[in-house]
Design a protein around this ligand. Structure first.
Ligand code: COA
Length: 435
C-alpha cells in the first residue's frame, strides 16, 4: 500500500482515535511546546471511559487536565518534571515524580521500567515520502513513538518540520490513528529580564569566549546571558533546548556554529520553546538539527564538543557547593532535566566549563539562595564535585579545584550583602577559624 493510502486508512477523528487508549494503560504525552493539546484535551473530556490510566509527561505546557482534582479515578500522573500546571497535583499526592536524568528517560521506555502502551504526539504533515516530523519536540517523544505499542498522532500544519533525526513514518505498524487538527503551537513568551538578571548575564558573559559552544537552560537567566554576547564571535549551540534569544544573535552574526567540534555549522537541540519567530526560524532550516535526548544530552556526546559552556540555574546552594535545583525543601517544584547531563559532559570536554547562575535571593529578597545547609527534604541535584562556577548578580565564584574553606568564602562573597554576616558566622563555627 502507498503511504498516502496508509495515511487515509489511519485518518479518523479525535474521539475515535482516543478509544485506542484502554483502562490501566500507560500513555506518554509529547513534551513541552510540542504537546498535542487537542488530543490531550479530548482525552480528558472522555475521562469517564478510562480507569487508572497512567499519564507520563515531562514539561506540561498545556492545561494538564488529567492532573486536576476529580480526575484521580481516571488518570494517575507520573511526572518526569514538575511545572506550573502539575506542581499542585504532585505536592497534594494526586501524582508522582520519577527522578531520572533527562538523557536516560528513553531507556526507561525500553528497559522494562516504563513500557509505553500509547504515545500521544503531534507531528507536521507528512513529507513527499510519508515521513512525519516531530518538529520542536524530539527529546523523549521520538523514543516514545519508537517504543510504543500504539501511536496516536495529531497532524498540525502549524508545526515546523525540522532536520536531524526527528521523523517517524506514517506506515510504521504501531501508528494506529491520525487526527488532523491545525492549531497554533504552544508559545513561551520571552521572560521579563530585571536589572538583577542583567547583572547575572553580564557576569556569565565574562566566562564565555569567542568560539565557545553553549548549552542554555530554561528561563530568564539564559536570555539575560544572550543579551551580553553581542560582541562575541562564532558562538555555537549544542543545547537541550533553545529559545527566541538565540535568533537575534544569529541575525547579528554572533552565533555561526562555525567553530564547533561536532556538527560544525549546525545547531543541535532536542526541544525548542519560544514564539512563532523561533518556530519560523527552525522550520525546514537545514542548519538546525533536532535529535532525541539520549543523543543530545548524553554526557559522552556532550564531552566531544570542545569549549562547551553549560549554563543552568538552581533554587539553593550550600556552602560546600551542593545545589538543589528542583525542590524547595520537601516540595518538588521542577525536575533535574538536563542540568547534570550537561554539567558532566562539559566537565569531560576539552576546555568545557559549567556555570550555575541565579539571583542571590528568593521570595522577594527575604531568603538567601546561598545557605549554610540545604533545607530539610531538599534533593541534591548537582553535587559539590560537579560544579565549576557559581554566578549571582554580585559576581563569580569558582568552586572546582577549591577547598571547602575556599569555596565557602567564594560563595559568601557573591551572596546578597544582607546575608553575608550570618554566613560568615557559620563559616567561623564550621571551620574553627576567623573568616
Ligand atoms: N526558597 C524558597 N523558594 C524559592 C527558592 C528558595 N531558595 N528559590 C526559588 N523559589 C521559588 C520561587 O519563588 C518560585 O516560586 P513561584 O513559582 O511560586 O513564584 C519558584 O521557586 C521557582 O523559582 P524561580 O526562581 O522563579 O525559577 P526559574 O524559572 O528561574 O527556574 C529553576 C529556576 C532552578 C527552578 C530551573 O532552572 C530548573 O528547573 N532547573 C532544573 C532543570 C534544569 O536545569 N534544566 C536544564 C536544562 S533546560
Amino acid at each position: 500500500m502507498s503511504w498516502e493510502k496508509d495515511y487515509q486508512s489511519k485518518l479518523t477523528d479525535a474521539d475515535k482515535a482516543l478509544d485506542f487508549i484502554k483502562s490501566g494503560e500507560r500513555v506518554v504525552i509529547g513534551h513541552a511546546c510540542g504537546e498535542p493539546s487537542y488530543l490531550v484535551e479530548t482525552m480528558v473530556s472522555k475521562a469517564e471511559q478510562y480507569e487508572n490510566v497512567e499519564i507520563v509527561h515531562m514539561v506540561a505546557m498545556g492545561k494538564a487536565g488529567y492532573a486536576q482534582p476529580g480526575m484521580e479515578k481516571h488518570f494517575r500522573h507520573n511526572a518526569l518534571f514538575v511545572g506550573g500546571t502539575t506542581r499542585k497535583a504532585v505536592s497534594e499526592g494526586r501524582g508522582d515524580y520519577t527522578p531520572c536524568f533527562f538523557y536516560r528517560i528513553p531507556a526507561l521506555f525500553t528497559n522494562g521500567s516504563l513500557p509505553v502502551d500509547v504515545a500521544l504526539v503531534q507531528a507536521a504533515a507528512p513529507d513527499a515520502n510519508g515521513n512525519m516530523s516531530l518538529g520542536i519536540s524530539v527529546d523523549y517523544t521520538l523514543p516514545a513513538v519508537r517504543a510504543a505499542k500504539k501511536v496516536i498522532v495529531q497532524v498540525n500544519k502549524e508545526l515546523p518540520r525540522t532536520y536531524g533525526d526527528s521523523t517517524f513514518h506514517i506506515s510504521d505498524a504501531n501508528v494506529v490513528a491520525v487526527v488532523e487538527h491545525d492549531a497554533p503551537i504552544i508559545e513561551l513568551a520571552p521572560p521579563k529580564i530585571t536589572e538583577i538578571e542583567k547583572a547575572i548575564g553580564a557576569n556569565c558573559a565574562k566566562l564565555i569566549n569567542d568560539g565557545d559552544t553553549l548549552q542554555l537552560g530554561i528561563g530568564a537567566i539564559p536570555d539575560a546571558v544572550l543579551m551580553f554576547l553581542g560582541e562575541k564571535k562564532d558562538l555555537g549551540i549544542h543545547s537541550e533546548m533553545f529559545s527566541d534569544g538565540v535568533v537575534g544573535l544569529v541575525e547579528k552574526g554572533v552565533i555561526t556554529n562555525a567553530k564547533k567540534t561536532t556538527h560544525k555549522g549546525k545547531f543541535v537541540a532536542n526541544f525548542l520553546m519560544g514564539t512563532r519567530r523561533l518556530y519560523d526560524f527552525v522550520n525546514n532550516n537545514p542548519d538546525v538539527e533536532m535529535y532525541p535526548v539520549d543523543y543530545v544530552n548524553n554526557p559522552v556526546v556532550v564531552m566531544k564538543e570542545d569549549n562547551i559552556v553549560s549554563i543552568n540555574s538552581c533554587v539553593q546552594i550550600d556552602l560546600m557547593g551542593q545545589a538543589a535545583s528542583e525542590t524547595v525543601g520537601y516540595t518538588q517544584i521542577s525536575g533535574v532535566g538536563g542540568q547534570v547531563d550537561f554539567i558532566r559532559g562539559a566537565s569531560m570536554a576539552k576546555n568545557g566549563r559549567s556555570i550555575l547562575a541565579f539571583p542571590s535571593t528568593a521570595a522577594k529578597g527575604t531568603v538567601s539562595k546561598i545557605v549554610p545547609l540545604l533545607d530539610e527534604g531538599a534533593a541534591v541535584t548537582t553535587s559539590r564535585n560537579d560544579i565549576d562556577y557559581v554566578v549571582t548578580e554580585y559576581g563569580i565564584a569558582k568552586l572546582s579545584g577549591r577547598t571547602l574553606k575556599e569555596r565557602a568564602k567564594a560563595l559568601i562573597e557573591i551572596a546578597h550583602p544582607d546575608f553575608r554576616e550570618g554566613l560568615k558566622k557559620v563559616y567561623e563555627e564550621r571551620f574553627h577559624c576567623a573568616y
